[in-house]
Design a protein around this ligand. Structure first.
Ligand code: NAD
Ligand code: APR
Length: 235
């Protein structure tokens, strides 16, 4: 029987790094290879849709190739979701589907999901595993629109904030795994959790931009530290 009743977990690109998926801001990360403003903003998409669609098509091809498999950190979070007898919410900033591949049943993708496309008019989602091109039109509107990647870009509203803040207001444990703490509102979740009296733990290779807000900072690889932490919580 765990001492905790309500746990919120936030994951970032770092949890998928050991599965072979580039992070954004680590050395050789994505933002060193692409101008963020060109491929991760609505302005970049409207300026050059083909560049943006190709950027995500490359990453979708990689995700669908099967070369990136969940690692021990993803599997440990599945065990926590299954065995923890309290309230559990897994929020990810990641657009990959490694949490689902590992067996997580309910994942809140606050920055969207690369394996889905979205109608810009109706916001309807469709599973999309192949290339998305500008002539791929929605089938939900009388006057079809070109589908867009179901990705939240810089400047757009993240998904599920009401649910996330509700869970943070009741949490007694908040864990952040593999996120640099540079993008809001996710970087502010630790303060939300602490104002509700929750204990806060950060797991990261190096101290994040918001590490000083956490009660505990565990430095090291997620694939080692997450299974250890889950074992402690469930013991
Ligand atoms: P932000 O903190 O995400 O970024 C602020 C601004 O700083 C952005 O407009 C961006 O152009 C710039 N910036 C951030 N990191 C940078 C970097 N490493 N190098 C250069 N410039 C950088 O705040 P925002 O723009 O208000 O983002 C709003 C929401 O967009 C965020 O809440 C986040 O959820 C979402 N988002 C999604 C993605 C994605 O690729 N899925 C990327 C970024 C943000
Ligand atoms: N174990 C633990 N942490 C790791 C590991 C690992 N094996 N490898 C890398 N990290 C950490 C890095 O130290 C870094 O702090 O993961 C973090 C990755 O940070 P970012 O690349 O900034 O990714 P993230 O925090 O998810 O970015 C937030 O910004 O660009 C947007 O939408 C994008 O969702 C992303 C958001």
């Amino acid at each position: 029987m765990s001492e905790y009743k309500k746990i919120v977990v936030l994951t970032g690109a770092g949890i998928s790094a050991e599965s072979g998926i580039d992070t954004f801001r680590s050395k050789d990360g994505l933002w060193e290879k692409f101008r963020l403003e060109d491929v991760a903003t609505p302005e970049g998409y409207h300026r050059d849709p083909k560049l943006v669609l190709d950027f995500y098509n490359q990453r979708r091809k990689q995700f669908c190739s099967g070369i990136n498999l969940p690692n021990a950190a993803h599997h440990a979070l599945v065990e926590l979701e299954q065995k923890f007898d309290g309230d559990f919410l897994l929020v990810t900033q990641n657009i990959d589907n490694l949490h689902e591949q590992a067996g997580s049943k309910s994942v809140l993708h606050m920055h969207g999901e690369l394996l889905k496309a979205r109608c810009p008019s109706s916001n309807q989602l469709v599973q999309w595993l192949g290339d998305l091109n500008s002539d791929d039109l929605c089938t939900c509107c009388q006057y079809p629109s070109p589908l867009r990647p179901h990705i939240v870009w810089f400047g757009e509203m993240p998904i599920g904030l009401d649910k996330i803040y509700h869970h943070l207001s009741e949490a007694d444990l908040f864990i952040a795994i593999g996120t640099s703490g540079t993008v809001y509102p996710a970087a502010g979740f630790v303060e939300e959790a602490k104002s509700s009296g929750a204990e806060s733990i950060e797991i990261n290779l190096e101290a994040s931009e918001v590490h000083s807000h956490f009660d505990q900072v565990k430095q090291g690889k997620a694939s080692q530290l997450v299974p250890e932490l889950v074992k402690q919580i469930l013991s």
